[in-house]
Design a protein around this ligand. Structure first.
Ligand code: 4GX
Length: 255
């Protein structure tokens, strides 16, 4: 797939997309990231891209014209329609589900705002979807765009090696990941759970699922409320809860 980024900081965005799994996806031509600087589409001698906010008060707003012309160039360089995303705290929260939907599109554009934001008329006419990476305020949309490029890039077919792709299942089924261990089996920090050394693959799968369910229950109960559990998962979570309650009682009485 191809991702076009409209940004006042094209070098930063290219750097972000050049490392690790996503950088490799670009080298393998599974992903193409292109940048467009609205300043290159400004028409005055000062290459102005922002103006004072109407109604008064502090702060500047990104002008319609340079952004509209940059997006026009993005669309003209594309053989198919481009899905345009604007990053802002007013957007719908980015989730793995939305990442998966974006990853299936042949072409998306990420519009990065700076200053107090972008003229609302441009958003209304040129943007298909407004997304937020979380409830906090950044100084621009670039880090949100980098998050989308990373999350979407690693889902491209062939981007992950086998070891990584097996691991990837954990969040896509809506649960937190289970704990992971490597050798040595015994360390001053503790021992690796015995079941992981048993060679019993069915028991290991059940243990991992139980840990995923238990951690999700402890740390992100909101995620569990969103999905129906099958009979096996319900039984494993019950087991985890009983053991957790017993462990908690034990901790309370220990001196
Ligand atoms: N998830 N920002 C957008 C410009 C802005 C200001 C006001 C609209 C209204 C953000 C986030 C984020 C900072 C990007 C402000 N746009 N982006 N920028 N949270 O905080 O994606």
């Amino acid at each position: 797939m191809r991702i076009d980024v409209v940004t006042l900081f094209p070098d930063f965005m290219r750097q972000c997309a050049s490392v690790g799994v996503v950088g490799r996806a670009q080298q393998r031509e599974l992903l193409q990231v292109e940048t467009w600087n609205p300043r290159d589409f400004a028409t005055d001698n000062y290459r102005t891209v922002d103006g004072r906010t109407c109604g008064g008060g502090p702060g500047m707003v990104m002008l319609i014209q340079p952004l509209r012309d940059a997006l026009k160039a993005v669309r003209e360089a594309a053989p198919e329609p481009v899905h345009v995303v604007y990053l802002s705290p007013q957007g719908a929260r980015l989730t793995q589900g939305r990442v998966e939907a974006l990853a299936k599109m042949p072409r998306i554009a990420l519009l990065c705002g700076r200053y107090e934001g972008v003229d609302e008329r441009l958003l209304a006419h040129e943007v298909d979807e407004e997304l937020s990476i979380g409830d906090y305020v950044l100084s621009g949309g670039e880090l949100g765009a980098a998050v989308i490029i990373d999350a979407v890039g690693r889902l491209q077919d062939g981007a992950l090696n086998d070891a990584q792709s097996a691991q990837q299942d954990s969040f896509s089924d809506g649960l937190l990941d289970c704990p992971h261990y490597a050798k040595p089996v015994h360390d001053t920090l503790g021992d690796v759970p015995e079941v992981l050394l048993s060679g019993d693959h069915a028991a290991i799968r059940r243990w991992r699922l139980k840990q995923s369910l238990g951690r999700t229950w402890l740390r992100r109960p909101d995620l569990l409320a969103q999905r129906a559990l099958d009979a096996e998962s319900r039984a494993l979570l019950d087991e985890f809860r009983r053991e957790h309650a017993q462990q908690t009682r034990h901790d309370d009485t220990a001196h």
